[in-house]
Design a protein around this ligand. Structure first.
Ligand SMILES: Cc1cc2nc3c(=O)[nH]c(=O)nc-3n(C[C@H](O)[C@H](O)[C@H](O)COP(=O)(O)OP(=O)(O)OC[C@H]3O[C@@H](n4cnc5c(N)ncnc54)[C@H](O)[C@@H]3O)c2cc1C
Length: 570
């Protein structure tokens, strides 16, 4: 007998967006019962907790909402839904100040905020404040626990959304500690499951193998429920660090803030900063492809060429990592790395194509409503805000602004809604599916995960072409055919390999969405570069849309929402 629980609002995902959503739902209506479900411990799993902590909002009197808006849209190559961008820039200051009132420490310069982001990084005004991810999440967690009407389920993995007549009415989940499969019914569900970086072998989402819980299951949950997803081809890459090992944040990204020189294996400088993230990746890729890469397949940021002193470089890195706030963090990071202590001697080696952030995702409107009734979404799992390229610092503000909105509108929806019963047949089928992995012999899920990650890196990285993408599709099909062979050992309590097997099964859908959308978009724009179509094309200023139709992946397009700023094509 499968146990069924009932909550007015269920939030899936306990990162920045999900936690903020649960808090807002609870504040909006203290009579509602809210549940937040997270795969790991809230505050110590997910991408928010590992963020460096650069967070953008307009706080300086000489900065403006208009400038912030324009920076995001230009850096997004005009593929942004501008209604969402307007919401972000106008609400980010209030949401960030609120987080600070709740206790988050922000880096100060005397009695003013310390603001970073030089001109040229896409930011027309220094707008980057620093609240380290760990501090950000610790503050949200404390606030979450203050609300008596919020229940917290940690170490729970959601396996499917329950749908009735195109309405999301709940979810099925596994209590990882007990190994129990259960049904949770609700009147409104907020999906806030974060990114998909882990479908690529090289990713900042799992630095040096530390899991970031970013296997993208949320995209698959939405897809299989019938929701529409947009721009799934838009995956932002940064340098995947090869050397020195660096346990937190991305040293390759951070070193560029110190004015180091980008050099190939011959010591030749191949780009001049500042450059947007997508350009750095493309130029580094070209060096390696043309035979000027290192034996490990990388290029370098040579910090000896930095105009800064050793002390200044250290200070920059420490600030970027929030080390001024999270005391001891910087020293710990240095100890864990094998890098020599003088950063002026560092040549930071990286290879382009470390998946960092997905700009595409579940289609939402300003109320965080998706195309399915009862389903709301917020955070990295959604698409449309960042267009074809995300500017650093806007993902953290996104979690606060859209998390709060999703919570508020989900609570309002729940107030006027009722519970529906799950179809028995659906629950039985899902129960069977999740229990198919227990067997004596078969393939370890991590082997399949690694194969999938490798093929995605090889064919869907910084530079793409039809041949590679079609090869990727065939290889994904082959791997899918091996799903039945994936094996988890035969026990249920705290069986991480069981959850891993379930994640891998849904990663196929996520990878396929990325590949099919990338094949569909016949142009280059932002993070998506195709050799056959190197130009950005006016007729492609539209979203790619993917949706499940009669068990197949159906691709269409939809117009971009333009409220203010027209693209230079016109
Ligand atoms: C190394 C790194 C540094 C970054 N630095 C910055 C920065 O400085 N500034 C910035 O703006 N952005 C930064 N980003 C991006 C930013 O951190 C993320 O985009 C953002 O935090 C995502 O928040 P989220 O709430 O959407 O998802 P997350 O914080 O990832 O939370 C999602 C949660 O959902 C849970 N979950 C997923 N699937 C399931 C499931 N099936 N069942 C139950 N739970 C599930 C996961 O366990 C996870 O805890 C960085 C990203 C990385 C990887």
């Amino acid at each position: 007998m499968v146990r069924t629980l009932r909550f007015d609002v269920v939030v899936v995902g306990g990162g920045g967006a999900g936690t903020r959503a649960a808090i807002e739902a609870a504040r909006n209506n203290p009579d509602l019962e809210i549940l937040i479900i997270n795969q790991g411990p809230i505050g110590r799993s997910g991408l928010t907790s590992m963020a460096n902590g650069g967070i953008h909002w307009v706080s300086h009197p000489e900065d403006s909402f208009e400038a912030h808006f324009e920076d995001i849209v230009r850096m997004g190559y005009f593929l942004n839904d501008q209604n969402l961008v307007e919401v972000l820039v106008h609400e980010a200051p209030e949401r960030a100040e609120e987080l600070i009132r709740w206790g988050a420490k922000v880096l100060m310069d005397g009695d003013k905020y310390l603001l970073t982001d030089p001109k040229g990084s896409g930011c027309s005004f220094p707008r980057g404040h620093y609240i380290p991810g760990a501090t950000f999440m610790a503050t949200l967690r404390k606030e979450l626990e203050r609300h008596k009407n919020i229940r917290i389920f940690e170490d729970f993995f959601v396996t499917a959304l329950v749908v009735k007549e195109k309405r999301v009415i709940g979810a099925t989940a596994i209590d990882i500690r007990k190994g129990e499969f259960l049904v949770v019914l609700c009147k409104a569900l907020v999906l806030a499951t974060g990114g998909l970086g882990e479908i690529f072998l090289h990713t900042t989402n799992s630095p040096f193998g530390l899991r970031g819980y970013a296997s993208g299951t949320g995209y698959a949950l939405a897809y299989n429920a019938g929701a529409e997803l947009i721009d799934m081809e838009m995956v932002q890459f940064t340098g995947h660090q090869l050397y020195p090992p660096w346990p937190l944040g991305n040293l390759a990204l951070l070193s560029s803030l110190c004015g180091g020189k980008y050099v190939n294996a011959l010591g030749q400088e191949f780009l001049k900063l500042p450059q947007p993230r997508d350009m750095i990746q493309k130029l580094a890729y070209k060096e390696i492809k043309e035979g000027r890469g290192s034996p490990r397949g990388g290029v370098f940021i040579d910090l000896s060429a930095s105009p800064l002193t050793r002390e200044e470089i250290e200070k920059n890195l420490r600030v970027s990592l929030g080390g001024e706030i999270a005391k001891g963090r910087w020293e710990l990071i240095k100890k864990m790395s094998v890098a020599k202590s003088d950063p002026k001697t560092w040549k930071v080696e990286f290879t382009p194509g470390g998946a960092h952030f997905c700009m595409g995702g579940v289609k939402i409107n300003e109320k965080c409503e998706t195309t399915l009734e009862g389903l709301f979404a917020a955070g990295e799992v959604t698409g449309g805000l960042h267009g074809a390229n995300r500017m650093g610092g806007n993902a953290l503000s996104e979690t606060l602004v859209f998390g709060a909105r999703a919570g508020r509108f989900a609570a309002e929806h729940a107030k006027d809604s009722r519970f529906f019963e799950a179809d028995r047949e659906f629950v039985d089928t899902e129960f069977q599916r999740v229990h198919t992995f227990f067997k004596d012999q078969g393939v370890h899920p991590c082997v399949i995960r690694e194969r999938l990650g490798s093929l995605m890196c090889a064919n869907l990285g910084v530079i793409r072409n039809r041949e590679g993408m079609e090869r990727a599709l065939r290889q994904i099909e082959d791997l899918k055919g091996q799903t039945e062979d994936i094996r988890a050992p035969k026990f249920k309590r705290f069986n991480r390999l069981w959850i891993e097997a379930l994640e891998v099964a849904s990663m196929f859908d996520v990878a396929e969405m990325v590949v099919r959308s990338a094949l569909f978009r016949e142009e280059s724009r932002g993070a998506h570069y195709r050799e056959e179509y190197p130009e950005t094309r006016k007729e492609w200023l539209k979203h790619t849309c993917v949706r499940k139709q009669d068990s197949k992946m159906d691709l269409t397009t939809r117009p971009v929402v333009i409220t203010k700023l027209k693209c230079g094509h016109d």
